[in-house]
Design a protein around this ligand. Structure first.
Ligand SMILES: Cc1cc2nc3c(=O)[nH]c(=O)nc-3n(C[C@H](O)[C@H](O)[C@H](O)COP(=O)(O)OP(=O)(O)OC[C@H]3O[C@@H](n4cnc5c(N)ncnc54)[C@H](O)[C@@H]3O)c2cc1C
Length: 267
């Protein structure tokens, strides 16, 4: 028998979790597991905490509630820079339910928004009040106790942030890979670039060799050449029904070039 409990706050919901529980965000994945009679859990915990849907500017950063849906991201003027990412996730029914928090915990090949949050220096706040870089959260997400309440990211300037989703079925297919790049510039040269890939490892990952190669470069064909040469260093793509690891590695530099030069982004 499956029991469902609803709590007023996410902190209370976190306190009610035990080994046979799942937290229910938008439920796009959890309810699918219920429908497939997943025997790993028999207890669902949810909350109607309104704070989870808040979007708030904090200086150069923006705080996005973990319960915000993809539709919320698309609809809010302050998150317009993330709208192309949210729009690339599933179809309208999924976007109305799928949450930001759930995307951080969605298994491969999902996690398109998490890839963008990783590129934008995301920092997650957890129910115990602690904060963790999205990179660390993704690396340890199977062991994390507690729930994510919100995530802050930088608010990118102009076209410093770009996102590309590569899928076989358009517009709703899941990712063969997704790429998010944030390339702030100083005096025309890239300074502090972040490059993140989705579906190129067990979780969204940063391409740190490419980031290092972009430091001080101009964002043009010759400037980015060194980054393309190391585009997949440190990544570990899977062989799956969407694409082989070999194929993913072969095409990753091509797509990185496109997204860096703005040749083929999804906006
Ligand atoms: C048909 C279909 C198409 C999809 N297409 C895409 C796609 O194109 N791109 C993509 O990235 N994803 C896709 N997804 C996957 C999924 O919809 C999204 O990743 C979504 O953001 C998950 O959020 P959710 O709120 O629905 O998660 P849920 O199903 O509620 O939860 C998923 C997991 O996250 C955990 N979780 C949820 N919220 C929190 C929180 N605040 N803190 C800690 N843990 C939490 C849950 O306990 C659970 O383990 C698709 C799914 C389906 C069914």
């Amino acid at each position: 028998m499956l029991t469902v409990e609803t709590y007023q706050t996410i902190q209370q919901a976190a306190g009610a979790l035990h080994g046979r529980s799942r937290y229910l965000g938008g439920g796009t994945l959890v309810m699918r597991a219920v429908n497939y009679a997943d025997q790993d859990f028999d207890h669902l915990v949810r909350t109607r905490d309104p704070n989870l849907r808040a979007i708030q500017i904090e200086g150069a950063r923006i705080r996005i509630g973990a319960g915000c849906t993809m539709a919320d991201i698309i609809g809010a003027a302050d998150t317009a820079f993330l709208a192309p990412v949210a729009r690339a996730i599933g179809g309208p029914a999924i976007r109305n339910m799928a949450t930001v928090g759930g995307n951080l915990f969605a298994p491969h090949p999902y996690g398109d928004l998490a890839t963008a949050l990783l590129a934008l220096d995301g920092i997650a706040r957890l129910t115990d009040g602690s904060e963790q870089p999205v990179e660390a959260l993704l690396a340890t997400r199977n062991q994390i106790r507690g729930l994510a309440t919100s995530i802050t990211v930088v608010r990118p300037m102009g076209d410093d942030f770009r996102f590309l989703k590569v899928s076989r079925v358009k517009p709703k297919g899941v990712s063969v890979m997704s790429i998010a790049v944030w390339t702030p510039r100083s005096g025309g040269r890239i300074s502090g670039a972040r490059v993140a890939y989705g579906a190129m490892g067990p979780t969204p990952l940063r391409a740190k060799a490419a980031e290092r190669a972009l430091e001080g470069a101009t964002r043009d064909r010759s400037g980015i050449a060194a980054a393309l040469a190391v585009a997949t260093d440190g990544l570990s793509p899977a062989d799956d029904s969407l694409a082989s690891a070999w194929y993913r590695r072969e095409v990753a530099p091509v797509h990185l070039r496109r997204v860096l030069l703005g040749e083929d982004d999804t906006r």
